[in-house]
Design a protein around this ligand. Structure first.
Ligand code: TRH
Length: 400
C-alpha cells in the first residue's frame, strides 16, 4: 500500500477533528427567514455536537435577530451559542479561510475569500449546500464534485433529502428526546403558554399554527373554521399572512390581539425564537408551515401538517410539492392520502385543484386519526437516518 493511500486511510479513520477544525459558512439572506434559519441551525449544531469552530458570515443581521434575539445587528463581529457571527459586507477582510467552506444556497463567495482559498494548503473543502427537495434526481447529484473552471479548487454539491442517498435532514441529536420530554411535562407546556401570555388551550379545541406566504386560500380556511362543527384556535405569528387575517377580521392586528368569529378564535403571536417555534409546533394539533426549515421542523414535530411551498417561476414548485407528496403518502391509507394531496394542491393554488371547500376540510378532519399515526411513523423512520450535519462532517472529513 502506498504512503498516500495509507495517509488517506488514516485520515478517514481519525476521530474528527484531531485538532479543532474551523469552518466558514456564508449566508446570503435572499428574502424571508429560511436561508438564515437553516444556516444558523447548522452552525449551532456543528459547534455544539461536533466541536467545530464556526465562523458564520451573514449579509443581513436584522432577519437573523428575529429568529435569535441575542444577535445585535450593529455588531460586525459577535459570538452567539458558541458560533462567531460576522457581518458579511462588501469590503471583505483579508483572512485565512477555514478547513471547510460552506456556500449556502449558491450564495457566491467574495472574490478575495476565494483567492484566500487558493492560497491555502491544503485548500478548504468547498461545499455548496443546496435547497431541500424530494425529487428523484437529487440522489444522483448529491455529493458530486464540480472542478472550478480556472482555479485549483473543487466545489461539492451537498443536497439535503429524505433518504440515505442524499445529505439527509437537519436534526439535532437531542431533538426527539426534547420533544418527548415536552409532551410528557404539563409543567413545560404551562411555561410555554405563560411565556406567550396565552392561557393553555381547552382540550376540545383544535389547535392550529399558521405560518404561510401571502395566500388567497387563507381567507377560505378561516371562513370554514369559523363556520365549522369544531372549535378551532389558530395561532399565527405575525408574518406575511397578516394582511389576509386582517382582511378577515376587518381591522388592523398586531401581536397579542385576538379575533373571534363563530367557532374560530385567532391569536396573533409575536415572531418567536426558533426554539420557541419548535414548542409551538409540538403543542399544536395541525401545523401550517412554509418554505424549507419550518417544513422540516413540522415533520420532527410528528403532527399532521399542511405545507405552503416557496413559489417558483413556471410552477416548478408544484413538481417539488408532488415529489414530496409521493414520498410522504407512500404508506398512507388511500382516503387519507387523497385528501392530503387535494388539500395541499388547493392550499398551493395548483391550477386544477380549485378552492378549499367545507367538504374538503371535513374530509381532512375525518382523516386526522390516520394522518396523526402517519406523522408519528414518518418522524420515527426519518429520525433513524443520519442527520444532515453529521453527514456533512463525515463527508468533509473524507475530503480533508
Ligand atoms: O421564511 P421562509 O419562507 O424561508 C424561505 C425558504 O427557506 C425558501 O426555500 C427560500 O428559498 C426562501 O426562504 C429564501 O420559511 P422557512 O424555511 O420555514 O424559514 C422560516 C424560519 O423562521 C425557520 O427557521 C423557523 C423560523 N421561525 C421562527 O424562528 N419563529 C417564528 O415565529 C416563525 C413563524 C418561524
Amino acid at each position: 500500500m502506498s504512503v498516500l493511500m495509507l495517509s488517506r486511510l488514516f485520515a478517514a479513520s481519525m476521530p474528527f477533528p484531531a485538532t479543532k477544525s474551523e469552518w466558514d459558512i456564508f449566508c446570503h439572506v435572499v428574502d424571508n427567514f429560511g436561508d438564515i434559519g437553516v444556516c444558523w441551525r447548522l452552525a449551532r449544531q456543528l459547534a455544539a455536537e461536533h466541536g467545530v469552530g464556526v465562523r458564520l458570515w451573514v449579509d443581513e443581521l436584522e432577519s437573523f435577530q428575529r429568529i435569535c434575539p441575542a444577535i445585535d445587528p450593529r455588531q460586525s463581529i459577535q459570538r452567539a451559542h458558541g458560533v462567531e457571527v460576522r457581518h458579511w459586507t462588501a469590503d471583505f477582510p483579508d483572512l485565512v479561510p477555514g478547513d471547510v467552506v460552506i456556500e449556502a444556497f449558491a450564495c457566491h463567495l467574495p472574490e478575495r475569500f476565494v483567492a484566500g482559498m487558493v492560497g491555502r494548503h491544503p485548500p478548504p473543502v468547498w461545499i455548496n449546500l443546496d435547497y431541500l427537495s424530494a425529487e428523484a434526481w437529487v440522489a444522483g447529484c448529491h455529493a458530486l464534485p464540480s472542478p472550478h473552471p480556472r482555479l485549483p479548487l473543487t466545489k461539492y454539491f451537498f443536497f439535503p433529502g429524505f433518504n440515505e442517498e442524499t445529505g439527509g435532514l437537519l436534526r439535532e441529536a437531542n431533538l426527539p428526546a426534547l420533544r418527548q420530554a415536552y409532551d410528557a411535562s404539563p409543567e413545560q407546556q404551562k411555561n410555554f403558554w405563560r411565556a406567550l401570555e396565552l392561557s393553555p388551550p381547552a382540550p376540545d379545541v383544535l389547535l392550529v399554527s399558521l405560518f404561510s406566504y401571502a395566500n388567497p386560500a387563507i381567507t377560505d380556511l378561516l371562513d370554514i373554521w369559523a363556520r365549522g362543527r369544531m372549535r378551532v384556535c389558530c395561532l399565527a405569528p405575525v408574518t406575511r399572512s397578516l394582511s389576509a387575517i386582517e382582511a378577515f377580521a376587518g381591522r388592523p392586528l398586531k401581536a397579542g390581539d385576538s379575533v373571534r368569529r363563530g367557532t374560530l378564535e385567532i391569536r396573533m403571536l409575536p415572531f418567536v425564537t426558533q426554539t420557541e417555534y419548535d414548542r409551538l409546533l409540538w403543542s399544536c394539533d395541525i401545523n401550517l408551515v412554509r418554505g424549507e426549515d419550518s417544513f422540516v421542523r413540522a415533520q420532527w414535530a410528528a403532527k399532521p401538517m399542511l405545507w405552503h411551498i416557496y413559489p417558483q417561476q413556471d410552477e416548478a414548485h408544484l413538481i417539488k410539492l408532488g415529489a414530496f407528496l409521493d414520498r410522504y403518502c407512500a404508506r398512507l391509507p388511500d382516503a387519507a392520502s387523497q385528501v392530503l394531496r387535494q388539500l395541499h394542491m388547493a392550499w398551493n393554488g395548483a391550477p386544477a385543484a380549485g378552492a378549499i371547500t367545507t367538504d374538503l376540510w371535513a374530509q381532512w378532519i375525518d382523516a386526522l386519526p390516520d394522518l396523526r399515526r402517519h406523522a408519528v411513523k414518518w418522524e420515527e423512520i426519518r429520525s433513524k437516518q443520519e442527520d444532515l450535519c453529521s453527514n456533512l462532517v463525515r463527508f468533509c472529513r473524507s475530503k480533508l
